[in-house]
Design a protein around this ligand. Sequence first.
Ligand code: GDG
Length: 461
Amino acid sequence: MARLVIVSNRVSLPTERGAKAGGLAVALAEAMIPGSLWFGWSGKRSVATSEQATVVTHGGLSYATIDLSESDYRRYYVGFSNGSLWPLLHYRTGLLDFKRDDYEGYLAVNEIFADRLAPLLRPNDIIWIHDYQLLTLAAALRRRGANNRIGFFLHIPFVPPAVLHVLPSAAVLVRALAAADLIGFQTHGDRMNFLESVSSCMDVQPDEAHGFLHNGHRTETIVTPIGIDADGFTRTAKRAAGMAETKRLIESLVGRALAIGVDRLDYTKGLPQRFDAFGQLLHRHPEHLRKISFLQIAARSREDVDRYQSLRRELDRKAGDINGAYSDFDWTPLRYMTRAVNRTTIAGFYRLARIALVTPLRDGMNLVAKEFIAAQDPSDPGVLVLSRFAGAAEEMTEALIVNPYDADAVADAMHAALIMPHEERVARHTALLAKVRGTTAASFCRDFLNRLKAIENPAAL
Ligand code: GDG
């Protein structure tokens, strides 16, 4: 049987999977097939970038990692991936911090990944590359003679050509991506944007099957929304109900309704706008004063990037303003923490919450929306308030869908959630849970890989 080789920027070793594991790490870890190899950066910065990968095996899986030099880390990861591609692909062209030197560092690290991975490859391995840090890896592997089936999945959104071309050299990246046999997206909208960009960058016309031919090589595309291990998460949330942290939270609420937000502290997640919306709820619907507590867990991330530090200061200020304006001697409306919280504890908190606020300004999918639904007690579920700009909104239509830029509308949705009749809460949750259980981390991997395996005539096999 063909071996699966997963490649992602960061490899999450089972021994270090701690409280801070992100969306991608969680989804892939839940779906790794025995025998697979996972290749990527160790997360360590060394004097020099590794000359070869270090391979360890754990539970029937192999993990091959390389360290990056400080300069490679700065240019490839901090500079181009997080300073240019991340804002661009989340439609935030105003935040783009493009530097040619970073771009060259990005291309160079993709070449290094190919150099270090190539010796580990077997002829019939199936290679699955993940995310925006590795847009040029498939082409780099092809240049080293890899004729394997290569799939690529983009976890974040893809923008229309008019936005894409704000980035100098965008066409180079799109052409390099076309070296893959299959490219996967979270939503139909992302795929459509990509195919339009293919037309504009390569002067080829995609066909009715959403594939295209370029220099004699056919690339197919697929929409496979990512999901979670829904049943496993439900069990975790139930178990967490009896835990000390959950009990402490219940005691601290003294009967008040809990609204919850759980996000990496990132400017795409719409946190300042969400804080404003909560302020508007208290202003427009004063019947909720002293009756609701909003807990925002915003685990710090990417602290090397300046934008993230200024976001933190902005949120500190806004949280202070809201609590200054509305607190009482025995009530703090907004609880805001930037420490990561244990995953089981979060599951228990979701289950307690009357509302979840998932209001990104743009998001590839957003797994928090799915986790919240899976964690609920079906007989007395909470209500999901979801941004129309999260990929999850394409499927999760029974949530209260909002425009996160409209603080009044988000405040009204929170109010609607707080007064929603039991019957309607149950009906919405039942429909959402069926969807969350239908598109899981495992089904995401299965659907993508089955399609990749079925592709005829990949590069040369
Ligand atoms: C990218 C895309 C796409 C958050 N805080 C803590 C914590 N988390 C966990 C959540 C969830 C995960 O992190 C976040 O996943 P998201 O999907 O919401 O967002 P990104 O990290 O931006 O992920 C995204 C995803 O990739 C997968 O394709 O959905 O659109 O941006 O699992 O629970 N976990 C713990 N402590 C925290 O404080 N343990």
